[in-house]
Design a protein around this ligand. Structure first.
Ligand code: BTN
Length: 263
């Protein structure tokens, strides 16, 4: 029995947080962005049992079968400079890994910037979106987290089956989404507070210990549509990934798709 989840579903309450719980919504990130724009407090949570158009990075769909996953968006207004906001995605990825590890003992790796992997298969992802930048005001950040908790392999479309997994599929147990959600919210708050205290270096050290791409050959599909092949050198102090291409040139990657090549 997932008592915490049931309580959340029935009461829409989680200690110290305003929670909007939906049986179904288009995308929790869209709802959180709307609430944030309307002035919702930092820490406001949007949770859904299912999303009809859950989104991932690069306009991809995020599969959100009912009752199988965590589909969560958090309204944040971190006290950070605009140039530091890329760090929030890394903080979110680390927080999600730590929450998963705390609850399940499984230790996900992170594929830059935000894919949570178990044995190379994707189990979760982070989608960070920002609101308008207004001088003197903290920027609104929506941190969206999707984790496949109970999703059975058959629920993934065939083309994803070899590349996606769930915590239950990997760990062979039925985990409680409610406990995981509580741990996730705690870890996100802990990591964001660390960023606000200027402790990004320590956070990055921990992130690097989970880096699934460091030293790996990969193909980077640039936003301009070209492909760069090279070796991942890890993220820099701003959170940008460095890749050394075969000609020795270093690229600083802000966005785009990464394909890990065979070892
Ligand atoms: C990715 O892997 O590219 C990021 C996936 C993020 C999915 C989550 S589910 C909750 C929130 N709402 C969305 O529409 N997307 C995020």
């Amino acid at each position: 029995m997932d008592a915490v989840w049931q309580r959340l579903r029935e009461t829409g309450r989680l200690d110290g947080h305003e929670v909007r719980f939906f049986e179904q919504t288009a995308s929790t990130n869209d709802v959180a962005m709307e609430l944030g724009r309307a002035g919702a407090a930092t820490g406001t949570l949007v949770v859904a049992e299912t999303q009809t158009t859950g989104r991932g990075r690069l306009g991809r769909a995020w599969l959100s079968p009912p009752g199988m996953g965590i589909y969560l968006s958090m309204v944040l207004r971190p006290r950070l400079a605009v140039t530091e906001l890329a760090r929030v995605t890394l903080a979110g990825g680390l927080a999600a890994c730590q929450a998963v590890e705390r609850l399940t003992g499984l230790a996900p790796a992170i594929k830059w910037p935000n894919d949570l992997l178990l044995d190379g298969r994707k189990v979760g992802g982070i989608l960070t979106e920002t609101g308008a930048i207004r001088p003197g005001e903290p920027v609104l950040v929506v941190l969206g987290v999707g984790i496949n908790v109970l999703t059975p392999p058959a629920a993934f479309p065939e083309e994803l089956r070899g590349r996606a997994t769930s915590l239950a599929g990997h760990g062979g147990r039925q985990y409680r989404r409610g406990d995981l959600l509580v741990a996730l919210v705690e870890e996100v708050e802990r990591q964001v507070a660390r960023l606000e205290r200027g402790e990004f270096a320590g956070l990055l050290d921990e992130w690097r210990q989970r880096d699934a791409t460091l030293g790996r050959r990969l193909a980077w599909l640039t936003p301009a549509g070209t492909v760069v092949e090279g070796v991942a050198l890890g993220p820099d102090d701003q959170g940008l990934l460095h890749i050394r291409d075969d000609g020795g040139r270093i690229h600083e990657v802000m966005s785009g798709d990464l394909d890990l090549l065979q070892r």
